[in-house]
Design a protein around this ligand. Structure first.
Ligand code: NDP
Length: 480
């Protein structure tokens, strides 16, 4: 049984309390490692180490930061196979997905921000011949980064990389549900020669370890990705302390399909946008709206493909649908399938847990599930399920589908399928979401602003937006 350590002051340490939590392999339902059950004492040590490193790190040259971050990226790539295996075991995601998406993207996050900081500039405003204003963008100090379990290393590094590139020192917490690749990243940082204290990783659960970071009086900015309820709990504590907050929260994304779309491309992409990572991506399109004239054609073609999707061992090369991340989440998803039935939904495909055999017998698996016949405003169509469950709903006009698409409290992402250019632009401007994909899904250019509106969050990550979040602008006005 592997025991995970905290990474504080450049060293791997046990938690101060000596207590540990169980870490489960979702494919087998068995405990396979132990996680530090850290508390405010560990967060205090992490803060002290970050605060001690800050004066030197904030003055480290851009070239030096670039070199260290590029070494981290190279080492992530060098250890790609080991990290992909670890991510698949910890999270239940298909090994192919971890290899293709999660781990390469973690390396890209470091590489991207190593380069971005060399291009980051600030503004100057000249007042005719009298005064010159220029804006300094200074690092904040010690910042907190808290990330979820669905894309563990991918989302963890998406916060850490811009934070340290901008000259901050970090106290970070991965989800207790999937801590393994964050632990392996600690070892990579040591190997890459990251100065002690620049990055500190404290493991433990949200309400205790996470909240100790949020409530710490000297951690002045919090970058959080996770559920909307947790985001609200964090804001409640952080707002009266006037902390800078970036909140990337839940979604209930519409996938809007018009009759004039490229049908085959749409079906292939809709399969992915519905069920990639067992539907546990905040960007998955869980509400599929289909123009009435092709509704039956869509239903037949989609169901035929979904019915062929095999749920399997995440470590099997062929598996496209792995395990659900935890028992608690597995039960939540099944309860939503029951709710959908109570609300009058018809299960067209899937709808139950999958009983596996052998060592996978106690793992958590759910069939990809497609439901029709629900009203757009029922709970199943309004609340985030975050699993392999989608609903399909016909529509007749743009106005009707916009009303249904925008009816939820969330506003993270959306997809529109149409060949009509004018309609595509019209829809893009009227959909209430931070991200609109037209005739594609999950195409990510790291320079673009990433985030949601309404209950999907506050602020944007990505590109220079993240560097702006992790710096404080200071205006200097000089009399000429
Ligand atoms: P949670 O909100 O449960 O947890 C996210 C992180 O916050 C975890 O590290 C968790 O720790 C920690 N946490 C939990 N409670 C607290 C607290 N009171 N104070 C401080 N930290 C806390 O989300 P999930 O991990 O379940 O992730 C799924 C959610 O994340 C979905 O809603 C999904 O839509 C959203 N998400 C949003 C994305 C976006 O970019 N907008 C991207 C990916 C996911 P622990 O797990 O150890 O308890």
């Amino acid at each position: 049984m592997q025991t995970i350590s905290n990474y504080i002051n450049g060293q791997l340490n046990p938690p101060v309390s000596g207590k540990y939590l169980d870490n489960y392999n979702p494919a087998t339902g068995m405990v396979y490692s132990l996680i530090p059950d850290s508390d405010e004492q560990d967060v205090a040590l992490a803060y002290a180490s970050a605060a001690a490193a800050f004066p030197s790190w904030s003055k480290t040259s851009v070239e030096e930061k670039f070199k260290i971050m590029m070494r981290v990226a190279d080492l992530i790539e060098e250890h790609l196979e080991m990290l992909a295996q670890a991510e698949s075991i910890d999270n239940g995601k298909p090994i192919g997905l971890a290899r293709m998406m999660d781990i390469p993207r973690a390396a890209s996050n470091f590489r991207f921000y190593a380069q971005a900081i060399t291009q980051f500039s600030s503004e100057a405003h000249q007042m005719e011949d009298s005064h010159l204003n220029y804006t300094l963008r200074q690092p904040i100090g010690v910042v907190g980064c808290i990330s979820p379990w669905n894309l563990p290393l991918y989302l963890f590094t998406w916060k850490i990389a811009p934070a340290i590139a901008a000259g901050n020192c970090v106290v970070a917490k991965p989800s207790e549900v999937t801590p393994m690749t964050a632990f392996l990243l600690s070892k990579i940082c040591i190997e890459a020669g990251m100065p002690a204290g620049v990055l500190n990783i404290v493991h433990g659960n949200g309400p205790k370890t996470g909240m100790s970071i949020v409530a710490h009086p000297h951690i002045h900015a919090i970058s959080f990705t996770g559920g909307t309820k947790t985001g609200a709990a964090i804001a409640q504590v952080a707002a009266p302390m006037f902390k800078k907050l970036s909140l990337e929260l839940g979604g209930k994304n519409p996938n809007i399909i018009f009759a004039d779309c490229d049908f085959d491309e749409m079906i292939a992409t809709t399969l992915r946008s519905s069920f990639a990572n067992q539907g546990q991506i905040c960007l998955c399109g869980s509400r599929i709206f289909v123009e009435k004239s092709i509704y039956e054609k869509f239903k037949t073609a989609f169901i035929a493909k979904v019915a062929k999707m095999q749920v399997g061992n995440p470590l099997d090369e062929q598996t496209k649908m792995g395990a659900i991340v935890s028992k608690q989440h597995f039960e939540k998803i099944l309860s939503y399938i029951e709710l959908a039935k109570e609300e009058g939904g018809k299960i067209l495909c899937g709808g139950s847990a999958v009983k596996m055999e052998g060592e996978l017998e106690h793992g958590w698996y759910i069939q990809p599930t497609v439901i029709e016949g629900l009203t757009y405003d029922c709970r199943t169509n309004q609340e985030e399920i975050f699993g392999p469950v989608v609903t399909i709903t016909p529509f007749e006009t743009e106005e009707e589908v916009l009303k249904m698409a925008n009816s939820v409290s969330y506003g993270l992402s959306s997809s529109v399928w149409t060949q009509d250019l004018r309609r595509a632009h019209r829809m893009a401007s009227l959909i209430q979401a931070g991200i609109v994909w037209i005739n594609c899904w999950l195409v990510r250019d790291l320079r673009t602003p990433f985030g949601g509106i309404k209950h999907s969050g506050v602020g944007r990550e990505g590109g220079f937006e993240a560097l702006r979040f992790f710096t404080e602008p200071k205006n200097v006005c000089l009399k000429l």
